[in-house]
Write a protein that binds this ligand. Structure first.
Ligand SMILES: [Zn+2]
Length: 345
């Protein structure tokens, strides 16, 4: 609950949740005091953030590097056609929608790429982190930063009609690295762009994740499930895998002598965005978006206070205020760099 909100409003708005005995009035007050990081504002991030905001979590930190596109609207439930037409950053569009749903929620939105240089600052001050990412590299980075900061996080993933989730508690049970010692190679795992996705699996996985989040936030840690849940909604299959024996005392992240391999690694200047036929470049200097918009003139397809997008033949580039550029239409970093150098200098 924000400090300035009158206590009397809580029972009315949250009456059905307070009536749920495991939460009750004390649990509701805990939720209001809680700060949760939602990493990624795609399909899972939208569903998670909406449920947490409606449940009365006091502060949400929303993080995403991308902007809303028409192809997102089928499953990313906080966005509208207008958001896509305006190419709004996802964290900004999500924050705006959430404020319309719950006026008193505090939202702290970030348009930023998550890497070893940014992740720890994003987790700082949060009681819990929620996985709304779409790739294992970012999940492992989150896993390392959460282990180091001793913050619990809830893993979730979905593609096609398949989904899974697992709560990861610091020092209690396995971490993601215990379960997956090696990162899958880029392109090894199916993504929503390569294998598609149906909306109901998003809501199922987000529901599993948020249920664990509520338990953690109200202090019901004994109720947090320690197994990996997986399901395929199309075939109707469902499994619970007990993960307790997976804890590895020699784990590089949660073992007795952690090395945090990803947090210690140098930050890449370019990233292949798997399944999207796109490259993300980090150019360092903060761009002057107005000057770029004026210089590119008729090539500009979208421009707002957060980004400028333009095209050059089959390539389309989007330059963000933080100095990142996403070039769509190539999987070759050299082609992307040539495109940027040509138009941004
Ligand atoms: Zn571990």
């Amino acid at each position: 609950m924000p400090a300035d909100a009158p206590d009397a409003r809580i029972p009315e708005r949250y009456s059905r949740q307070i009536r749920f005995a495991p939460i009750g009035p004390e649990g509701q007050r805990s939720l209001a005091r809680s700060r949760v990081l939602v990493l990624g504002c795609g399909a899972l991030g939208c569903a998670i953030a909406e449920q947490l905001a409606r449940a009365g979590v006091g502060t949400l930190r929303l993080v995403d590097r991308d902007f809303v596109e028409v192809s997102n609207l089928q499953r990313q439930s906080l966005f509208s056609e207008d958001d896509a037409a305006r190419s709004l950053p996802k964290s900004v569009a999500a924050a705006s929608r959430l404020r319309a749903i719950v006026r008193d929620v505090r939202i702290d939105e970030h348009i930023v790429d998550v890497d070893a240089s940014t992740i720890s600052g994003l987790i700082a001050g949060c009681d819990l982190a929620m996985d709304g990412t779409d790739n294992f590299r970012t999940r492992h980075l989150l896993n390392e930063a959460c282990a180091r900061a001793r913050v619990p996080w809830v893993y979730g993933a979905c593609v096609g009609a398949y989904g899974c989730s697992l709560a990861i508690l610091p020092g209690d049970g396995p971490c993601l690295r215990c379960i997956q010692d090696e990162l899958p190679a880029a392109g090894d795992s199916p993504t929503c762009d390569t294998a598609g996705i149906i909306p109901p699996i998003v809501q199922v996985v987000a529901g599993w994740q948020v249920a664990e989040a509520l338990k953690i936030l109200v202090g019901a840690s004994a109720q947090v499930r320690r197994d990996l849940w997986t399901t395929d909604l199309w075939s109707g299959s469902f499994q619970r895998l007990d993960m307790a024996r997976w804890r590895d005392p020699r784990c590089a992240v949660c073992g007795t002598t952690p090395t945090y391999p990803l947090l210690s690694a140098p930050v890449d200047r370019s990233t292949v965005l798997c399944g999207r036929d796109a490259i993300q470049l980090r150019r360092g200097a903060m761009p002057d978006l107005v000057a770029i918009t004026n210089r590119l003139a008729t090539r500009v397809e979208a421009a707002n206070e957060y980004l400028v997008r333009w095209s050059d033949g089959p390539l389309r580039a989007t330059c963000f205020k933080d100095g990142r550029v996403i070039v769509q239409g190539t999987a070759d970093p050299a082609v992307a760099r040539t495109m940027c150098d040509r138009w941004l200098g």
